[in-house]
Write a protein that binds this ligand. Structure first.
Ligand code: 0GY
Length: 305
């Protein structure tokens, strides 16, 4: 008799582009891809037994090649749920990057001070809390608050990933964290709703009222219903996401970050061409000054100063 799997494993997703198109948009010198991952390789760095999906291998060499192809100077490598709290693949990539990457780890409440110091020395500057139900099991808020209190003295920040409909329930927790809080992918708004509707207003209001809250204006490909230009014949890729990202970039120019999200876990309908993703940036950061803040000043201030 077989026992039921304790978790749902996604059998796979679309392949990432090995050789994405070369962007027409020239990234400013010092640009940082502030949201990307390394996965495995699983034979060396096994995936978490508690994972909700099994990723493709996406090793550090492939990430560094993408960085160079697109014209980024640096990466921020973010621990994904498929590696749980085992940060070895992340630390291995940081050790190999020649100072050109920082990391966001995931740690458990029983992490020791010595382990936190070692992660800091490796280049980790934040920890990630994942509230997306298809990705992570529930962790009590007291546990997360305790972890935040432990990492605050290191000058680290907390990265949070959640869906917009869950913000009301999470609002008090986020706004009382003692660190800078970086929200992944604008809190995943429903972009079929108005950009000035109550759902996105709640998110904008949270950033307005809490100057320690930042947002990644990344992942149009996850949020868009209109899709990339190449598939629907429109001029502007992910045009339905543009007003949301542009509003954040223009309202909070000093607290926004951008990243590719390579290798784009869990995308099954459409795999973005990373070169076209870079070409999307000028539609949300429309001046050279906004582009410099988004891509250079903000990530360097948060991760390298
Ligand atoms: C992302 C998005 C996803 C996955 C994870 O940690 C993760 O597994 O963040 C997703 O499936 O939406 O930013 O990588």
């Amino acid at each position: 008799m077989t026992t039921a799997e304790p978790f749902v494993k996604t059998p796979g997703w679309l392949d990432y582009y090995d050789a994405p198109s070369r962007p027409r948009f020239s990234l400013p010198p010092g640009a940082v891809d502030a949201h990307c991952h390394v996965f495995g390789p699983g034979a060396v760095f096994p995936y978490s037994p508690q994972r909700k999906y099994t990723p493709c291998d996406a090793p550090k060499e492939a990430l560094f090649a993408l960085r160079d192809r697109l014209g980024f100077d640096r990466n921020v490598i973010v621990q994904a749920t498929c590696h749980g709290t085992d940060n070895r693949a992340l630390v291995d990539a940081l050790a190999a990057c020649g100072g050109r990457a920082r990391g966001v780890a995931t740690v458990s409440q029983d992490v020791t001070d010595a382990e936190l110091r070692a992660l800091h020395e490796a280049g980790v500057r934040g920890t990630r809390f994942n509230f997306v139900k298809r990705l992570a099991d529930f962790t009590p808020r007291e546990v997360l608050a305790d972890i935040a209190a432990r990492i605050a003295p290191l000058g680290w920040h907390v990265v949070v990933y959640f869906e917009a409909q869950d913000l009301p329930e999470l609002y008090d927790f986020f706004t009382t964290l003692p660190t800078t809080v970086v929200v992944d992918h604008m809190g995943r708004p429903d972009v079929t709703l108005p950009v000035d509707g109550s759902q996105f207003e709640r998110f904008v209001g949270m950033m307005r009222d809490h100057p320690n809250i930042w947002s990644k204006v990344s992942c149009p490909e996850r949020l868009s219903r209109s899709g990339p230009a190449a598939l629907n014949g429109e001029q502007q890729a992910y045009r339905d996401v543009v007003p949301f990202a542009r509003r954040l970039v223009e309202t909070f120019p000093d607290r926004v970050l951008w990243g590719t999200d390579w290798p784009h876990p869990n995308l099954k309908d459409h795999m973005p061409d990373d070169g076209l993703l870079v070409d999307y940036i000028p539609s949300i950061a429309t001046t050279a000054e906004l582009q410099r803040k988004l891509l250079v000043d903000n990530p360097n201030r948060l991760y390298w100063s």
